[in-house]
Design a protein around this ligand. Structure first.
Ligand code: BGC
Length: 720
């Protein structure tokens, strides 16, 4: 008998049920009895059998635990890494694995067994409040990066939990909204990211989502959890619910949602239901069988037997924060995306810089909610530039420092805290500088740098309005007057976008000379920005998500569902045409396309070879740095399918690669493999590769295709 069965045979029914229901929110709200204050969840211990409780903690941008503990001088900070959208902009699997390792080590050394990350829902709409916590609009990029991240985390002996399974692409009414989506779109887009992450990353855990999927709560969805996840994909870990998800604990267990989090009790129709009682009742009445219960218990035990808590690991409470700060920095510099550059960047170390925008001081490190972090420090843009000895106009910097400080004392701009304790800062007006002064700054400096910031978070979606998706009037005024004053003196203007998800850029980008998306880069933001501005590193990030010209161009027009005032359902009417699949197929020009990003150097693509080797296509090509700057290049392989019976997007990303740092005139041979199965579309029952000529398109972005080749394939069919 193996250890799992041995334990199982010794457990009473009550003990089994308890193991499947978390203990509530021990880490939150200052409960002194929690193992790790600030952790999102804990499981029930069974001391009689030597089963300790396991600790689960968020999240995707770093471990979220409380930095301070009552009556304890010591601090428990964790590293704030760049948000996932920025990590995805690196397109660098190895780097994601490094980030995973660092977060995994922090989890382990702070006594956490499972890190509740990565989150891999799809950027269906740029306004989803949690897009910053998700990687991309494309499932291959999302799934590949998630797999690498999971491997990194788990190499440290703790688990990763891939979330939120599935079709959880909005925050509005997330706990009850019904996502109505075709099986094809589900399998090709929304499940695909999870399929790759599960098969390649082998995570310890998957978190089922809050929402309903085609009529059923994801945490109570037997087809999703048993048929697809376990049977089809061979998932061997445990499934846990999202916090307080669903409306029946018994049904969750029956459907294969092994662990109910955070547990204790939840509310249905204004009544508190005790989950343990509900499950025991269901067992008594025969609605749930003991075999069904045992299946979940086995899944939970199997995973937790390997956890640090179970192994009695003595954690240090001293992770290597210095080393991880370096990882956060490296992930940041590789994730910066250069959108526009008219002979402006990099600036020289002698360049005199006038820094505008309150975001230079109140730089946003990441989003709010469970994806938030509590690092030792956050280097804002201003301090990053100062630290790196960029020649700043200090008089202007002081004007901004005084302004921010003064404004935050006013009642209407006072910092509030949200449900997670995150500080919420009402936006400050950006148009307060006087025009005479501006002229002076323009005369005395060489370049203007303007920071535009956005923050969003869990629980609410963004809005297609000024101040959110669009620039506010005062931000626009700032961009206009600064550009006018500086251009009058022949000086350049750079905009830094400190954002977690796209904003509108098309209507103002012509006013400025360069635009850098610095995303929300975590604790090292200021250093990252400074080093990219002065050319210490060349930007090598590429967009993991389309920047549309206008919100009206976005294909997910049903977002966030109907009825408008209180959405109960959201129909994914655009079907598989998500992100670039839509813009490319229907001829809609974006502001900046998927996969786009400039560099300080130039790359040449050459020598494409495509070879079929049984069930895989072998694609190779060479990338050469033909510019004057060292840099890395992300190349992307898209496939355009022949016209067949199944409607197809114009092209789809199948794989990608990032070079090492290439010196001037250095080149790298890229060799990639695409399994034929990855070329299939779902026809409603099966995966089908239709017969015909497939075009292999190697690009520097989805619209900058540098090499093309063809391969003719016969029809192939695969079972799901
Ligand atoms: C979020 C999850 C998170 C959990 C625990 C939920 O509200 O949706 O992503 O892991 O809380 O904090």
């Amino acid at each position: 008998m193996d250890r799992v069965d041995e334990l199982l045979s010794q457990m009473t029914v009550e003990e089994k049920v308890k193991l499947l229901v978390g203990v509530g929110l021990p880490g939150l709200f200052g409960n002194p009895h929690s193992k790790v204050p600030g952790a999102a969840g804990e499981t029930h211990p069974i001391p009689r059998l030597g089963i300790p409780s396991a600790v689960l903690a968020d999240g995707p941008a770093g471990l979220r635990i409380n930095p301070n503990r009552e009556g304890d001088e010591k601090t428990y900070h964790a590293t704030a890494f760049p948000v996932e959208t920025m990590l995805a902009s690196t397109w660098n699997r190895e780097l994601l694995e490094e980030v995973g390792k660092a977060m995994g080590e922090e989890a382990r050394e702070y006594g956490v067994d499972v890190l509740l990350a990565p989150a891999i829902n799809i950027h269906r709409n740029p306004l989803c409040g949690r897009n910053f916590e998700y990687y991309s609009e494309d499932p291959v990029l999302s799934g590949e990066l998630a797999a690498a991240f999971v491997k990194g985390v788990q190499s440290q002996g703790v688990g990763a939990c891939v979330k939120h399974f599935a079709a959880n692409e909005q925050e509005t009414n997330r706990m009850l909204v019904d996502t109505l989506v075709s099986e094809r779109a589900l399998r090709e887009i929304y499940l695909r990211a999870f399929e790759i992450a599960v098969k390649k990353g082998r995570p310890w855990a998957v978190m089922s989502a809050y929402n309903k999927l085609n009529g059923k709560y994801c945490s109570q969805h037997e087809w999703l959890l048993k048929e697809v996840l376990r049977k089809e994909w061979g998932f061997e870990g445990l499934v846990m619910s999202d916090w307080y998800a669903g409306d029946s604990a018994a049904e969750q267990i029956k459907s294969g949602n092994d662990l109910i989090m955070p547990g204790k009790s939840y509310q249905v129709n204004q009544q508190r239901v005790d989950e343990v009682e509900e499950i025991l009742d269901a067992l008594r009445s025969g609605k749930l069988t003991e075999e069904e219960l045992d299946e979940c218990v086995r899944n939970v035990l199997k995973v937790f037997l390997n956890s640090p808590s179970f192994r009695g690991y003595r954690y240090s409470n001293n992770p290597n924060l210095e080393a991880h700060a370096r990882v956060a920095y490296l992930a940041g510099v590789e994730g910066v995306v250069l959108l526009k550059n008219e002979n402006t960047l990099p600036i020289s170390r002698e360049t005199k810089v006038a820094l505008f925008g309150t975001g230079q001081i109140e730089t946003v490190k990441g989003g709010t909610g469970s994806g938030d972090t509590h690092p030792r420090y956050v280097i804002n843009v201003l301090d990053g530039l100062r630290e790196r000895k960029v020649k700043l106009d200090e008089r202007l910097a002081r004007i901004y420092e005084d302004y921010v400080q003064k404004m935050r004392q006013k009642e209407e701009y006072k910092v509030r805290r949200d449900a997670w304790g995150t500080p919420i800062k009402p936006k400050l007006p950006e148009n307060f500088l006087d025009e005479k002064d501006l002229k002076k700054f323009a005369k005395e400096n060489d370049v203007a740098v303007i920071v535009i910031s956005r923050i969003s978070g869990e629980g609410y979606d963004r809005k297609p309005v000024k101040g959110d998706f669009y620039l506010s009037d005062d931000e626009r005024e700032l961009v206009e007057v600064v550009s006018k004053s500086f251009h009058e003196f022949g000086k350049k203007v750079v905009v830094l976008l400190n954002i977690g998800s796209p904003i509108e850029v098309a209507s103002w980008r012509d006013l400025v000379d360069a635009i850098l998306v610095i995303w929300q880069a975590g604790q090292e933001t200021g250093r990252v920005v400074a080093d990219v501005l002065v050319g210490e590193v060349s930007p090598s990030g590429k967009l993991p998500t389309t920047f549309p010209k206008d919100y009206s161009d976005v294909p997910s027009w049903t977002f966030p569902g109907e009825p408008k005032e209180n959405p109960q359902k959201v129909i994914y009417e655009e079907d598989i045409y998500v992100g670039y699949r839509y813009y490319d197929t229907f001829g809609v020009e974006p502001a900046y396309e998927f996969g786009y990003g400039l560099s300080y150097t130039k790359f040449e693509y050459k020598d494409l070879k495509i070879e079929r080797d049984g069930e895989v296509l072998k694609v190779s090509y060479t990338i050469r740095n033909v510019g004057d700057f060292a840099g890395k290049e992300v190349s992307q392989v898209y496939v355009k399918a022949p016209k067949g019976k199944i409607g197809k997007p114009f092209q789809e990303l199948k794989t990608f690669h990032k070079t090492k740092l290439l010196k001037t005139r250095e080149e790298e041979l890229v060799t990639l493999e695409i399994p034929l199965r990855d070329l299939a579309s779902f026809d409603g029952r099966e995966w089908v590769v239709e017969a015909g000529e497939y075009e292999i398109r190697v690009g520097a972005s989805s619209r900058d295709i540098r090499l093309k080749g063809c391969v003719v394939l016969e029809e192939k069919r695969y079972k799901p």
